[in-house]
Structure formats: structure tokens, C-alpha cells
Design a protein around this ligand. Structure first.
Ligand code: ADP
Ligand code: MG
Length: 947
């Protein structure tokens, strides 16, 4: 049976066993982290170095006997280890310092009290602690962890190792505190990358080789791992621990090597889980959980030294896989390399939290003082020394409420109950062993594959993280670039604005320059003007100055000037009178000239008026002439128009009369057609009514035939019912006869029986005496009796048969009667049918005749219609011909008139042309200008002729 099925989902192991801060517990139960541990806060921030203890075992008896020199010296005070190396004559010492050094003489109790008991106390405070034993095979790892030979009755000896001492200390401390607690232990072995539960019950032992069932390591989905289905034993006293250790040790896989007959090639992890109940001041019950992992690692020596060969090579390789990975993890942690290869081995996966996690870790490195092991010892020392630099961040486990634990336990109980039930009722799953093994190997392969995939996933994760970082940085860069770009764009825009501004300003400046230029030009011009002006001004000024100076002079000579003025005035007066006289003369002469000119104009005007009168008379004559000409033309035209009018009137009258005659003839024709149609309709109607009458008679005949059929059917049904009734009566009579026969036969039979009985009784007596004599007579009598009985029976049967035959003949006669009746009815029905058929045939013939008549009528109708159509057509043709002749006549006369009109028009035009020409010539001889409209008539204007 599968252990995983037996144990269900499994019990969590190392790191995952610690109840994590989970939503399911409802509230945050994290209580003061520094609870009794002053340094814890500090530890958490800075990290705490892994504690490394060195232990050197004494030389073994064998080594003593071989007088092997000790090459290791321990200074417990200085916590130093000195390794003495001799290279030829040269001695090279190497010193290593550790947190604690225990020399060959040190006792188990010393090591425990000095180094382990503080760790146990921390476990009781709620920490997770791990103690590793690391070293070459045979250096005392198991001795240190478990202890040497046991004392009797499971009591503690001085050789007791860390595990039993820890258990005892835990019990003692908790008992001293009167605490409410529970303690569970689990013990597993890791060999060849396979996990074996060393505490699993033996019942699952399949064979010697498979006594240790490999079990799977599972991810708990929260970053931790747990061992599925790992057995957890509850320990109630310290002495029990030896039983458990014995059980585990018995299962531990060991193999002979050259170095050590009992060497362990496997890693073992012994875990102690303590649950302690606490009550808060508020009265709430909490569970404090502490865990101590005690790890006994496999020998650290290399493969060649251990002498493993062939089949073992893989084994050693696999053991080394865990150890090598442990070494690599330690290196990575010490050197702070980003990726720590926890996932590469099961050991490191299981102890992940102990290496750089929240667990407090202590490594006990064991060495041998023997020179034989020096190489390995130096490597162990180096390894342990390096491990000192690992920093962990210890954290107290969160306390959980009691109810949460209860809940978990209840669900666990339920699961176990189900398993027990399945086991008891054997309704679990049973499969053949081979299949099971195959499935197991498949499972293992899958698990390995999953592990490798997980590893891959981790590396992919790392890559992803790297890529993510790269992406982030790129994004940051791109953000910076975009910012820069934005800034640049802003600047560009500013610059563009500035350019536009500058252009505007340039334009403005150009404008101002042009203005300035213009102004300058103006100014230049004005300068010239100004210069001239100035010059003029200057001249003026000079003149003025001269004048002023002159005036000044003149003012001086005022009187002289006055006199001179008087003379000038007198001169001017004389000059003025002279000029006035001259002017008078000029005016007189010009008036004379004007008078002469006026006289000339008067004469011209008079001559013009006379010429005008002449021209006017001539013009009037022309006009008169033209008037007469136009009047005659118009009169002719009027006459022509009258003729046309008359002609058209005559033509229209003719047309009208023709139309009238046409319409009357059409009317007549239509009337005749209507009359014919009416006749036809009447005929049709009469034939239809005839048809109706015939149909009615036919229907009547039909109805009568039907009636007859109904009556015949009725009579048949009556006959049939009477037939059935008589049949019924006969049947009942037959029944009665049968019953009578039955009863008579019964009576006869019972009589026969009675007689037989009587006879038997009589004869019984007689038989005794004269059996032989009587037998014959008795037989004869019996025969006779039977014969008579049978005869009577036969007679009665014959009677009955006769009765029956009578009845049968009755029935037969009745049936023949019915048959006759039926035949009669059949004949009648056939006759009726024939009559009906004849009537129907007659009706059909009548209908056919009616139809034929109708057809003839229709033919007549169609003929009539054709006639009507023909007459209509001839009428229309006559109409068209008459209208055409009338129109032709009208057209001809119109043509005549038209010719007359055109000739008249031609002559009129010729006259006008002549008139026009004469006017033209006249006008050509005299120039003229239009003056004004005289007559008010269009086309008549008065012209003023000039020379
Ligand atoms: P390992 O587990 O490292 O292979 P063991 O614990 O089996 O080595 O020790 C090998 C032998 O050495 C045992 O017989 C053990 O009793 C003895 N031994 C180891 N360490 C000591 C010690 N400190 N004192 C006495 N005997 C020791
Ligand atoms: Mg061992």
C-alpha cells in the first residue's frame, strides 16, 4: 500500500512545519519579537553568524596501538586549532579559530552544556534551530549527535549525545515551568537523493531492501518544502528517545568502506518539534512553536579515499551531490553571490531556512587528530572556517491560537479516520506489487523531472529578474530620453517662436527702415527746400535787414520822403487819368465790333429760316406720298386677310358637317350593335334558364333515387336485426339443450357410481366367501350394468343430437331466408342504380346540348362583332378621306392667298424702297442734325438742316 495514501497529504517538515503567517488564523498573532531575547531585533536587522564548533576526537585504540602521531592540537581557551604539517624537514602550522573548540579530552556533557543547551533554550523560546555535524567519516559525528554505547534500561550514560540530552533538557525545563506542552520527533534519512522515513512503522516493509520507503519532498507553495507522509512520533519522556533512535538506526543504510565498517554514507535529520501553550494577559490561549533540527551529515571525505567503486560510485556521487551543493550554498552565502543553489540537492532544499534563513544554525565540525586523516581534516577545518561567515536572520515563530491548532488537528484526525476506515474495510486501492513499483519509479522520475524543471524555472526566474532589471533600466533610460526629448522639443518651439518674433521684428524694422528712408529722402528734399528756403529767407532777411537799415536811414530822412511821396501820388494821379481815357476808347471800339457781328448773325438766321420752311414743305409732300402708299398696301393686306378668314370659315363648316354625319352614322352603327348584343344576351339567358330547369329536374331524380336507396337499406337493417335476434334465441336454446344434456349425463354418471359402490359393498362380503365363484358372475354383472348405463347414455346423447340437428336445420332455413331477402335487395338496388345512371346520362346530354347552343350563340356574337368592326373601319376610312380632301382644298386656297400676299408685299416693299432711296438722296444732299420729335408718331421725326 502506498504510504502517501496511508498518510494522506502528509506532515510538513523542516521549514514548512513552522506555521506561517497565514490568513486562516484570522488575526495577526505576532507577539513581541524580542520576547525574552534582547538581541533578536538586532539579529534580524544585521544577521547572526552561523556558530561553528570544532570537535576533535581522541585517537582510537587502533591508532594508539599503531602509535600514530597526533597532528592536531586544540586550544580550548583560545578557541584555536593548530594543524601541524611536515614537508620534509619543514614544519608548517596552520591555525584556525572557531566559536568554540572541544579537544580530544572533552566530554559529551561539556559540549552540550557549553554550546548546545543555549540553543535548546532558544528553541523553547520559539526559535527554529539547526545543528549540523560535519566531518570525515569516523570522526565522531554520530557519536556527537546520538552518543556512544547506551546505558541499560534506556538510562542516560555519559556518552549520551546531543539528541537525547536536548530531549531531556526540554522535558526538564518545561516540567520546571509547569508548562502545558507537547513534543513530537521525526527522523529521516537522505541517501542517494532519496528520502526515507526512519520512524515509519514496519508493517510496510516489503522486503529487506525496501524496508525504507523513499518518500517525496513537496513544495508547500509558499517557498518552503515538506516531506510528504513523514511519521511524527509523540515523545512523552526522555528515556523514550533511545527507543526511537534505535528504531531509526536499525533502518539506517550503511555500507562497508575501506575506511570505516560502520561508516554512514547517508545524511540523517532528527527533528524535535515543541508546542507550548501560553496564556496572554487577556486570557487568550496561544501556542508557541519551536523546532530543533539535528543533522548528522554523511562523511565529507572524497570518493577515491572512501574506496567506493563501480556500483558505489554513483552512490558516492549522489552523496557528494548533497554535500557538494551544501558546500556551494555555503560558498555562495559567504561570498554573497546572487544565486544560491539551494534547489540543486534535497539536503539544501530541506535545510534552506538554516542556511541564510530565519533559523539559528550551529555547525559542529568533527575532526580526527590522526596524521592519516590530515588532508581531510584540513579540508574540514577550511570548510568549517568558511561557514562561520554565513549570516542568518533568526526570527521567532509566530504564535498561533489554540483554536487554530485544534482545527488543524481535527482535520488531521478526520483524514486519519478516513484512512483507517479504508484500511479496515479494505476498500482502498490495491494494486499488484510490480505495478506499484513501476508507478513508484515513474513517480520518482516525475519528481526528478519536476526538480530539474524547478531548477530550470529558478534559473529562468533569475534570467527574468535580470531581464526585468534591464527592462526597468531601459524604461528609466527611455523615460529620461523622452523627458530630454520633450525639453528639446520645448526649446525648439521656443526657438521657433523666437524666430517668428525676430522675423516680425525684422519686418517691422524693414518697414521702419523704409519709413526712415522715405523720411530721409523727404528730409533730403526738404533739406534742399529748406536750404533754398533758408537761402530765400536769408535773402529776405538780408533784404529786410537792408530795408531796416534803409528804413532806419529813411526814418532819418522822413521829411524828405514825405515830400517824395507827394510827388509820387501826383504822378500816379496823372498816370491813372491817362489810362482811364485809353480804356474808354477800347470799350467803344469793341462795342462797335459787337454790334456789327450781331447784325451779321441776324441775317444768317433769316436765311436759315427760309431754307427751313422750304425743306419742311418738301418733306411733308414726301410723307404724304408714303402715307398713301402704306395705306393702299394695308388695305390690300386687309382684303387678303378677310379672304383667308372666309376661306377658313367655309372649310371649318364643311369639316363640322362631315363630323356630324360621321357621328350620326357611328351612333346608328353602335345602336345596331347594342341591339344585336341585347338579343344575344336574351338568348343566352333563356338557354341558361332552360339549363337550370333541366338541372332541377335532374337533382330531383337524384334525390328520389337516394331516397329509395335509404328505404332499401332500412329494410335490410330491419331484416338483419331480426336475423340476429332469432340467432340469439337459437343460441340460448342450444345452450339450454347443452346444459340439460350435461345435467342428465351427470345424474347418470352419479347413478353409475352409486350402483358401483353398492355393488362393491355387496360383493365385498360375498367375495370373501366365494371369490372365485363370484368373480365371473360379478364381472358379467358389471359388464351388464356398464352396458345398460352406456346404452342409456347413448340414447340420451342421440336425443340431444336430434334436438341439435333440429335447431341447426332451423338456423339453416332462417339463413337461406335471409339470403333470399338479400339477393332480392341486391336486384332492387341494381335496378335503382341503372335507373339513376340513365337519369344522370340524360341530364348530362341536356347539359351538353345547352352548352352547344351557348357555343353557337357565342359564334353568332363574334360574327356580329366582326361586322360591327368592319362597318366602323369603313366609316373611319370615309371620314379620313373626306377630311383629307377638305384639308387639301383649304391648303390649295391658302397657297393661292399666300402667293397673292407675297406679290402684294413685294410691290409694297419696292414702293418703300423707292421712297427710301429718294429720301436717302435728298438727305445725302443736305447735312442734318436731329432736333426734336414733332409728330408724336413712331418713325416720324423733324430734322433741322444746317448749312
Ligand atoms: P562518524 O559518525 O563521524 O562516522 P562515529 O560517530 O561513528 O563517526 O565515530 C567513530 C568511532 O569513534 C566510534 O566508535 C566512536 O565511539 C568514536 N568516537 C568518536 N568521537 C569520540 C569522542 N569524542 N570520544 C570518544 N570516542 C569517540
Ligand atoms: Mg556516523
Amino acid at each position: 500500500m502506498d504510504t502517501s495514501q496511508r498518510k494522506g497529504s502528509g506532515v510538513p517538515m523542516p521549514s514548512s512545519q513552522i506555521p506561517r503567517p497565514s490568513e486562516k488564523y484570522g488575526k495577526d498573532l505576532r507577539l513581541g519579537e524580542g520576547n525574552g531575547h534582547l538581541s533578536s531585533k538586532n539579529d534580524k536587522e544585521k544577521g547572526v553568524n552561523v556558530q561553528v564548533i570544532l570537535r576533535c576526537r581522541p585517537l582510537s585504540e587502533e591508532e594508539e596501538s599503531l602509535r600514530m602521531p597526533a597532528v592536531i592540537s586544540c586550544n580550548e581557551m583560545k578557541k584555536e586549532v593548530l594543524a601541524i604539517q611536515n614537508f620534509g624537514n619543514k614544519q608548517i602550522d596552520k591555525t584556525f579559530v572557531f566559536d568554540k573548540v572541544f579537544g580530544p579530552t572533552s566530554q559529551q556533557i561539556d559540549l552540550f552544556n557549553q554550546s548546545i543547551s543555549p540553543i535548546v533554550h532558544e528553541v523553547l523560546e520559539g526559535f527554529n534551530c539547526t545543528i549540523f555535524a560535519y566531518g570525515q567519516t569516523g570522526t565522531g559525528k554520530t557519536y556527537t549527535m546520538e552518543g556512544g554505547k547506551k546505558a541499560k534500561h534506556g538510562e542516560f550514560s555519559s556518552d549520551a549525545g546531543v539528541i537525547p540530552r536536548s530531549v531531556r533538557l526540554i522535558f526538564e525545563s518545561l516540567e520546571a515551568q509547569c508548562a502545558d506542552y507537547s513534543m513530537k520527533v521525526s527522523f529521516l534519512e537522505l541517501y542517494n537523493e532519496e528520502i526515507t522515513d526512519l520512524l515509519a512503522p514496519d508493517e510496510f516493509k516489503l522486503s529487506d531492501d525496501k524496508s525504507k520507503k523513499p518518500i517525496a519532498l513537496m513544495e508547500d507553495g509558499k517557498g518552503g518544502v515538506f516531506v510528504r507522509g513523514l511519521e511524527e512520533e509523540i515523545v512523552c519522556s526522555a528515556s523514550e528517545i533511545y527507543k526511537i533512535l534505535d528504531r531509526g538506526s536499525a533502518k539506517r543504510r550503511t555500507a562497508e568502506t575501506l575506511l570505516n565498517k560502520q561508516s554512514s554514507r547517508s545524511h540523517s535529520i532528527f527533528s524535535i518539534i515543541i508546542h507550548i501553550k501560553e496564556v496572554t494577559p487577556e486570557g487568550e490561549e496561544l501556542i508557541k512553536i519551536g523546532k530543533l533540527n539535528l543533522v548528522d551529515l554523511a562523511g565529507s571525505e572524497n570518493i577515491s579515499r572512501s574506496g567506493a567503486r563501480e556500483g558505489r560510485a554513483r552512490e558516492a556521487g549522489e552523496i557528494n551531490k548533497s554535500l557538494l551543493t551544501l558546500g556551494r550554498v555555503i560558498n555562495a552565502l559567504v561570498e554573497h553571490i546572487g544565486h544560491i543553489p539551494y534547489r540543486e540537492s534535497k539536503l539544501t532544499r530541506l535545510l534552506r531556512d538554516s542556511l541564510g534563513g530565519k533559523t539559528k544554525t550551529c555547525i559542529i565540525a568533527t575532526i580526527s587528530p590522526s596524521i592519516q586523516c590530515l588532508e581531510e581534516t584540513l579540508s574540514t577545518l577550511d570548510y568549517a572556517h568558511r561557514a562561520k561567515n554565513i549570516k542568518n536572520k533568526p526570527e521567532i515563530n509566530q504564535k498561533v491560537t489554540k483554536s487554530a491548532v485544534m482545527k488543524e488537528l481535527c482535520s488531521e484526525i478526520d483524514r486519519l479516520k478516513q484512512e483507517v476506515n479504508a484500511a479496515r474495510e479494505k476498500n482502498g486501492i490495491y494494486i499488484p506489487r510490480d505495478q506499484f513499483q513501476q508507478e513508484e519509479t515513474e513517480k520518482k522520475a516525475i519528481a526528478e523531472k519536476m526538480e530539474s524543471m524547478e531548477l530550470e524555472l529558478e534559473s529562468k526566474d533569475k534570467q527574468l529578474i535580470g531581464l526585468q532589471e534591464l527592462y526597468d533600466s531601459q524604461q528609466h533610460l527611455s523615460a529620461q530620453l523622452s523627458e530630454k526629448f520633450d525639453n528639446a522639443q520645448k526649446k525648439l518651439k521656443d526657438h521657433e517662436n523666437m524666430v517668428v518674433d525676430l522675423e516680425e521684428r525684422c519686418q517691422k524694422a524693414k518697414c521702419t527702415i523704409r519709413e526712415k528712408e522715405y523720411l530721409i529722402m523727404n528730409l533730403l528734399h526738404s533739406e534742399k527746400g529748406l536750404v533754398e528756403h533758408a537761402r530765400a529767407l536769408r535773402l529776405e532777411l538780408e533784404h529786410a535787414a537792408a530795408d531796416i537799415s534803409g528804413l532806419c536811414c529813411k526814418i532819418e530822412n522822413k521829411d524828405k520822403i514825405e515830400e517824395r511821396n507827394k510827388i509820387t501820388v501826383q504822378k500816379f494821379q496823372s498816370q491813372l487819368t491817362q489810362q482811364l481815357q485809353n480804356l474808354h476808347k477800347v470799350v467803344l471800339t469793341s462795342a462797335m465790333q459787337q454790334e456789327n457781328q450781331l447784325k451779321k448773325i441776324e441775317e444768317d438766321m433769316q436765311s436759315f429760316v427760309s431754307t427751313k420752311a422750304m425743306a419742311a414743305t418738301e418733306l411733308i409732300a414726301w410723307v404724304e406720298k408714303l402715307k398713301a402708299l402704306y395705306g393702299s398696301g394695308i388695305a390690300t393686306l386687309d382684303g387678303l386677310a378677310g379672304e383667308i378668314d372666309q376661306n377658313s370659315r367655309v372649310t371649318l363648316g364643311k369639316l363640322y358637317s362631315q363630323m356630324l354625319t360621321n357621328s350620326s352614322s357611328l351612333d346608328e352603327c353602335l345602336k345596331s350593335i347594342a341591339w344585336e348584343a341585347e338579343n344575344l344576351l336574351k338568348e343566352l339567358e333563356s338557354s341558361l334558364s332552360n339549363q337550370e330547369v333541366k338541372l332541377n329536374t335532374f337533382a330531383k331524380l337524384q334525390r328520389e333515387g337516394n331516397q329509395r336507396t335509404v328505404e332499401a337499406t332500412r329494410s335490410i337493417s330491419n331484416t338483419t336485426t331480426t336475423f340476429f335476434h332469432s340467432l340469439d334465441v337459437h343460441v340460448s336454446m342450444l345452450n339450454k339443450i347443452m346444459e340439460e344434456t350435461q345435467t342428465a349425463q351427470n345424474q347418470q354418471l352419479s347413478e353409475l357410481e352409486r350402483k358401483l359402490k353398492e355393488c362393491a359393498a355387496d360383493e365385498e362380503e360375498q367375495l370373501l366367501g366365494k371369490v372365485a365363484e363370484m368373480l365371473a358372475s360379478s364381472n358379467a354383472r358389471k359388464k351388464k350394468l356398464v352396458q345398460t348405463a352406456v346404452d342409456t347414455l347413448r340414447a340420451s346423447a342421440a336425443d340431444r343430437t336430434h334436438d341439435l340437428q333440429n335447431e341447426m336445420s332451423n338456423a339453416r332455413s332462417f339463413t337461406s331466408f335471409v339470403k333470399e331477402k338479400w339477393e332480392l335487395y341486391m336486384e332492387e338496388t341494381e335496378n335503382h342504380h341503372l335507373q339513376d345512371t340513365v337519369a344522370v346520362e340524360n341530364g348530362r346530354c341536356c347539359l351538353e346540348e345547352g352548352l352547344k347552343e351557348c357555343m353557337a350563340d357565342i359564334k353568332i356574337g363574334s360574327l356580329l362583332w366582326k361586322n360591327a368592326q368592319d362597318s366602323l373601319l369603313s366609316l373611319t376610312k370615309g371620314n379620313v378621306a373626306s377630311v383629307e380632301s377638305i384639308v387639301r382644298n383649304g391648303m390649295e386656297s391658302n397657297q393661292q392667298r399666300r402667293e397673292n400676299l407675297s406679290s402684294t408685299t413685294m410691290t409694297a416693299i419696292e414702293h418703300v424702297d423707292v421712297g427710301n432711296k429718294s429720301i436717302q438722296s435728298y438727305m445725302d444732299s443736305k447735312p442734318f442734325i436731329p432736333l426734336f420729335d414733332l409728330s408724336g408718331k413712331p418713325g416720324l421725326k423733324l430734322y433741322m438742316f444746317l448749312n
